[in-house]
Design a protein. Structure first.
Length: 69
């Protein structure tokens, strides 16, 4: 997924594409976290907590990629 970070589709905006890739990666990480067995759960609470972390996680992913390039 992240291998597409530096590719930009024809006619696409470079920054928008990079953000889309980072948000997609963040959602994949959250999906993996939600799919683990953790005993009794409150999914409404967890979803609100995870939703609040999408943007910060995507920011961290972008920062890590940009600092490596």
């Amino acid at each position: 997924m992240l291998e597409k970070y530096f590719e930009t589709p024809l006619g696409g905006e470079h920054d928008e594409h990079r953000r889309l890739v980072a948000v997609s990666a963040a959602l994949e990480l959250i999906k993996a976290a939600v799919s683990t067995e953790a005993g009794p759960r409150n999914f409404d609470y967890e979803l609100k907590q995870y939703a609040a972390q999408i943007a910060p996680l995507a920011d961290a992913i972008q920062d890590a990629i940009e600092s490596e390039s």
